[in-house]
Design a protein around this ligand. Sequence first.
Ligand code: MRU
Length: 364
Amino acid sequence: MNIDGQNYRTIWLADDGWAVEVIDQTKLPHIFETCRLETLECAAAAIRDMQVRGAPLIGVTAAYGMALAMRSDASDGNIQHAYDFLRATRPTAVNLRWALTEMVELLAPLAPNDRVEAAYGRVAQICDEDAAMCRAIGKHGAVLIEAVAGKRDAGVPVNILTHCNAGWLATVDWGTALAPIYVAHERGVNLHVWVDETRPRNQGASLTAWELASHGVAHTLIVDNLGGHLMQRGMVDLCFTGSDRVTAEGDVCNKVGTYLKALAAHDCGVPFHVALPYNTIDWSIRDGVCDIPIEQRDASEVLNISGLGEDGVQRTVKIAPANSSAVNYAFDVTPARLVSGLITERGRCAASRQGLMGLYPEQT
Ligand code: MRU
C-alpha cells in the first residue's frame, strides 16, 4: 500500500538480502520508522513487543525468525529451539503456529547446508501468498459493500464499522477486514468507515485510522462503546472485522470487544462479516469459547495510555488510581451464530462447519 506515494509492504528483506525490515507499529501514527531484525531473538521480540502484530503478519515474522535462526545455526536442535521460542511469543493468533509448522516441515528433512536458502525461499512465497490472498478477500468482500451501495443514492455513503486493526499493517499487504474497503474504494464506491479506537492499545486509533487516512478513505474515529448506539440509529450498514483464529465450527476469536459489537449488530439487524485467510482457521478446535487460548497482557496497558504530548514528545500517562488493579484479556470469542458470514480468499461462506467445508473440501 502507499505511504506518501511510496509503495510498502509491512515486511521485506533489507538490501543485504538477509536481514528483515519491518515497520515499527509501536511508533505509529506519529512516527514512521522501520526496524531491522537480524536474529531469531530480534524477530521474537518484535512479535512479543508488538512492533509487528495482526495474525497474518505475526505468522510471517515468525517464519522469517526461523530463517534468521538457520543463518546462525542450521542444526536440528536449533530448528526445535527456534520453533519453541517463537511459538511462545503470542498464544492466540493461530497463524503463528501455522507458519512455524510450515517451516519445520520444510526444513527438518533437509541437510543443514540447504536449510538457509530453503527457509528464505519459502518465506518469500508465504509473503506473496499472503498478499494475494488478502487481495482476493478484498474482491470477495467488496461485493457486499457494492450491494449496499447499489441500493443507495450516489451521494449517500455506505457506512462500515470495524474493530481493531485488520488492515494492511496486520498482514503483508491489503489486510483482511479492510481489504474489501480498499477494493470498493478503488472501484469508486462512496463509503465511510467507523473506526473503533480499540482500547487498551488503540490499534484502531493509531493504525486503522492512519492507514485509512494515508489511503484517502473517509473515516471517523469512535470510542469503543459508541458502536451499539450508531447501529440502533441506522448509522452502520455493515460490520467487518478480521480474526486471529476461527474454529472448524465458525466461531471467531478476535480483538477483545469484537463479541460486544457482534451482539449489538445481531440485535440491530446489521450484517456482521469476518474476513480471514485459510491459515487463520484452526481445524483442530470446535468450541472457540472453551478451547482457544486467550492472551492475557500486562495490566499496565489498561492502567496507562500513551500518546503524543502538545510538545511533540511521545509519553505514557496513568489514567487510574495508583492502587487500582486491572485485568487485560486481549481477545474474545464471537460464537458462529452471531456471524453473518466469513470472507476468505476462496469466497464467502456461512460461519459453520458446513460453510467452511464447502470452501475447503480437502479438510474432510
Ligand atoms: O493484538 P493484535 O494487534 O495482534 O490483534 C490484532 C487483531 O485482533 C486483528 O483484528 C486480527 O489480527 C485481524 S487479522 C488481520
